[in-house]
Design a protein around this ligand. Structure first.
Ligand code: ZN
Length: 88
């Protein structure tokens, strides 16, 4: 298990290996926060778990929940809905 420390902008989600007073992505000042990324290598499957430090919780973090589609047993309905029903 390896941990990597990066800095991510709370405004535009720009990532940088080092802290920057001014974000290179959006040009805002003091928007970079420290973030620890846990990298798990298991049978070539790479999954990242992120832990955000600091009081700011970027919106993109909250929204970046995996989209899970629920498939109905009715194939015809699936086609009509375009591949399944997205919950929410
Ligand atoms: Zn930015």
């Amino acid at each position: 298990m390896a941990f990597k420390k990066i800095f991510i902008c709370t405004q535009c989600a720009h990532e940088s290996p080092k802290w920057e007073g001014k974000c290179a992505g959006c040009g805002q000042w003091n928007t970079m926060i420290e973030e620890i990324i846990e990298r798990k290598k298991d049978k070539n499957v790479l999954s990242n778990a992120r832990y955000t430090k600091g009081e700011l919780k970027p919106l993109h973090e909250v929204k970046s929940v995996e989209t899970v589609r629920m498939y109905t047993p009715d194939g015809e309905l699936n086609r009509v809905l375009g591949g399944g029903i997205a919950p929410g």
